[in-house]
Design a protein around this ligand. Sequence first.
Ligand code: FES
Length: 106
Amino acid sequence: MSYFNKEEDIILRKEDIKTPIWFKEDADPKYICYCNKVTESQITDAIMNEDAKNMKDIIRITGAMLNGECETKNPLGKCCGPVIQEIIKKTLKNKSKIDNGYIDKK
Ligand code: FES
C-alpha cells in the first residue's frame, strides 16, 4: 500500500501510482526532482563524473529545480532542494573517500 485516506475509505496500491515515489522501497527510477524528472543517479553521476560540487552545478548539469510545480508534482508537496542538498553532501563525502583511497569506487 502506498497511500490511504481513512475518512473517505480510499486506498492506492503501489501499482496505482503512475510515478515511483523516491522514498518508497524499490522506487525505479528514483526521481528526486519530480518537476523535471531528475533521478538520484543523475545527481550522483554529475558529482562523480562531471565534477559538480554544489547546487548550482547540479541545476546546470541535470536541469533539476527548473520549472518548479512542486506542490502538485512532488509527493512531498514541496521543493526537492533540501533532498538534493543531502545527496550532494553525501556523494561529495563518498567521492572524497574514493579520491583519498579510503574506499573503492563501485
Ligand atoms: S520537485 Fe524539483 S523543482 Fe519541484
